[in-house]
Write a protein that binds this ligand. Structure first.
Ligand code: SF4
Length: 460
């Protein structure tokens, strides 16, 4: 019998990507092959995103394409957890012929559906998993990122109820992964060649809240399930490999202050991805944001006092229901004063099922869009000014792409740039003719210019 083949489409955020990696790893472990085309597969799995309307449309369209081309489709991911207009499952309403639908983080349910429509090919004792790691609930198997960086998901779900967000209704309340498992996975990733570990979750600073910061074990020693201990341990694991650890989705709680000395000491990248969303306390209250009572400007100032190099990335929403012009001005002032290094901004768009839809004072669409554009003009001015300060500096750069061994140039990132979302460092031909660059190498480079969001540098 020929090896059964599964087609796989992974849509959505890094959290969905890690779910895809788990499913693909399990498929591979059981001897299934993957197909690059819908037509060449015996069955197709679509991992969906249900966050904003565009993502919902993309997911539904992809399911439609897979059904048309293949006919046997299993749907998983955030969209799979959403109800449609009739109260029934939205995916089933739109595509009644799908074989099965699951929510996010449901490897076993997806595998059960695969088994019932495409039986397992061979002896389950035959272990085809690359780099297995006994004892971990999530060993590094198939990764969908390049070999030199990887996402490390530390928890699922979220205890907050931001009024514009439906993630908790799709992914549930916060469930932290055991710290021992997280650290085992990190160690195996470093051993496997990962040079940059990106810590992700819905709320990284809340790690361990659900288990009351319980003490877990790693290598026989006790470690608390808490952000500070996690970051400390990750930095120890990364050190022998000279690898980077980068923190995403951190809220400005007082507990984050404890991590700043680790950044100043070079143990973890001085980079914080903090989704502020707004600055005005009334808007934050209407959004029901975590840490909305914190004095964010003061906190950022203290972070920067503790670690001069710190880079802050954030996302914002312009035109949230009820936002007045003066509240929006407050946001622009915040952006200038906080000097957020990297900022993204969405014009508010109602998400079906979100509590914010019930708020009064919907801002007209053209005003939302106009505010987004005004915000981005300020954000770009701040970012460009901050980038210019780097000209003349020598920075450590992680190489992402290096055609012809980088002899004519390459592309990389500094500590200030997370993959996919921030800028890059365009590397010119190295100063020394003999210098070679390869993907995953670190190189020192002298910044000679800026280009939009990017730096231009010469490897030295
Ligand atoms: S913190 Fe708010 S925006 Fe983030 S996942 Fe939780 S509810 Fe959604």
């Amino acid at each position: 019998m020929s090896t059964p083949k599964v087609g796989f489409v992974s849509l959505g955020c890094p959290k969905a990507l890690t779910d895809s990696e788990l499913i693909l790893t399990q498929l591979s472990a059981e001897g299934y092959a993957t197909s690059k085309t819908f037509e060449g597969a015996d069955l197709v799995i679509v991992n969906t995103c249900g966050f904003i309307d565009d993502a919902v449309k993309e997911s539904l369209d992809t399911i439609g394409e897979a059904l048309a081309a293949n006919g046997k489709v299993i749907v998983t991911g955030c969209l799979g957890a959403r109800a449609g207009h009739t109260g029934d499952n939205l995916v089933r309403e739109m595509h009644p012929s799908v074989l099965a639908v699951t929510g996010p983080h449901a490897t076993q349910e997806v595998m059960d559906a695969v088994h019932s429509h495409l039986p397992k090919p061979h002896d389950p004792f035959t272990d085809l998993v690359p780099n297995p790691l006994a004892g971990s609930s999530r060993f590094p198997g198939i990764k969908l990122t390049p070999r030199h960086y990887a996402y490390l998901k530390i928890s699922e779900g979220c205890n907050h109820r931001c009024t514009f967000c439906i993630i908790p209704s799709m992914r549930g309340d916060l469930v932290s992964r055991p710290i021992g498992d997280v650290l085992k996975e990190a160690r195996a990733l470093f051993e496997g060649g990962v040079k940059e570990l990106l810590v992700i979750s819905q709320d990284t600073s809340a790690y361990g809240v659900d288990v009351k910061y319980r003490t877990g074990f790693f290598d026989g020693r006790p470690v608390k399930t808490r952000m500070l201990e996690l970051v400390q341990s990750l930095s120890e694991l990364a050190e022998p490999y000279g690898a980077w650890v980068r923190l995403h989705y951190v809220y400005p709680y007082p507990s984050v202050d404890d991590v700043i000395p680790l950044m100043a000491a070079g143990k973890v990248l001085p980079y914080l991805d903090v989704p502020f969303q707004h600055s005005h306390p009334d808007v934050l209250r209407r959004m029901k944001r975590p840490a909305s009572g914190e004095k964010n400007l003061e906190r950022i100032r203290r972070w920067r006092e503790g670690c001069r190099e710190i880079v802050i990335r954030s996302t914002f929403i312009a035109g949230f229901p009820g936002e007045t012009e003066s509240e929006f001005q407050d946001l622009l002032d915040f952006m200038r004063e906080a000097e957020i290094d990297r900022a993204g901004c969405f014009a508010y768009s109602p998400v079906e099922g979100a509590a914010a839809n019930e708020l009064t004072g919907m801002v007209p669409a053209e005003v939302r869009e106009e505010r987004r554009a005004r915000f981005m003009a300020v954000a770009e001015e701040v970012s460009a000014r901050k980038l210019l300060r780097r000209v003349g500096a020598t920075m450590q750069v992680l190489v992402d792409s290096a055609p012809a061994l980088g002899r004519k140039g390459a592309t990389g990132r500094s500590y200030a740039d997370a993959p996919e979302i921030d800028g890059t460092v365009k590397l010119l031909a190295p100063e020394k003719l003999s210098k070679r660059l390869a993907v995953g190498d670190f190189t020192k480079a002298r910044v000679v210019a800026t280009e939009g969001h990017d730096l231009v540098a010469v490897p030295v």
